[in-house]
Design a protein around this ligand. Sequence first.
Ligand code: TRP
Ligand code: CA
Ligand code: ZN
Length: 314
Amino acid sequence: MIFSVSGRAAAAVGVSVVMLLTGGSIAGAAPSPTAAAAPDISVANVRAHLAQLQSIAGANGGNRAHGSAGYQASLDYVKAKLDAAGFTTTVQQFTASGRTGYNLLADWPGGDADQVVMAGSHLDSVSRGPGINDNGSGSAAVLETALAVSRTGYHPTKHLRFAWWGAEELGIVGSGHYVDSLSAANRSKISGYLNFDMIGSPNPGYFVYDDDPAIEKTFKDYFTGLGIATEPETEGDGRSDHAPFKDAGVPVGGLFSGADYIKTAAQAAKWGGTSGKAFDACYHSSCDTASNIDNTALDHNSDALAHAVWELSK
Ligand code: TRP
Ligand code: CA
Ligand code: ZN
């Protein structure tokens, strides 16, 4: 063999070496939910989305905040990618602070409509800056995972829905509106909601939301396999878009690489980086740019995201 195949990719070798070499779809393979493993998400692709969000902010007054042209352009960018990949997209409007806000929902056709697995992130930034770690990082990783679903022709048992929320920074308004707008019957069909808000912090920690045990275990097992220690994220209750789902009784989970809290010496010993410094010193600041990202954390968290989406929907 002229190339080496390791880990999860090895399982696909029997399908077609040519497809692996070309990065092609394995959609033609016999559907076998138990055999389907998540692909390795390309951090270069995730970073390319971040570069686009950075340039969108640059062209629109330096931010992508609720009610701004930068938010609209961010939504247009994500939606165009999803439409081209075969998702059914829906833009949901709401009002926050006197301005129209938008959520973007993307449904992957197929799967059991009574068992919906959702993954989401807020797409708005604060008005102080471009919001690349908070929360371009989660938005780009959720987008790339959705595109990987399409590329690999993944057709899980459960129905997949991806979401990009508006106006999180104004008080979790967009996701709250979405949950409020669901009938009780439709709410009960959501078997889990996975949230990704800040997953590429420059001085990263690896925090797994301490919430639904099955979701938490799915993430923790993935990091254990990488030999990376995690800590439970509990402080986040109520601080991001999983809160309205949790309040409505939906099982929730997610990942977080840290915001304005200070990394301790013990955390630096297990994760590297700098103790005595914030996980993200540019949190909610103008310096939250494309250079305010740790590539390794972004890569691992993106791969963990895809792993959880695959595992929990199969
Ligand atoms: N967008 C969130 C916020 O501004 C970021 C955040 C801070 C967060 N702490 C968190 C997200 C804990 C999840 C968990 O508050
Ligand atoms: Ca990867
Ligand atoms: Zn924020």
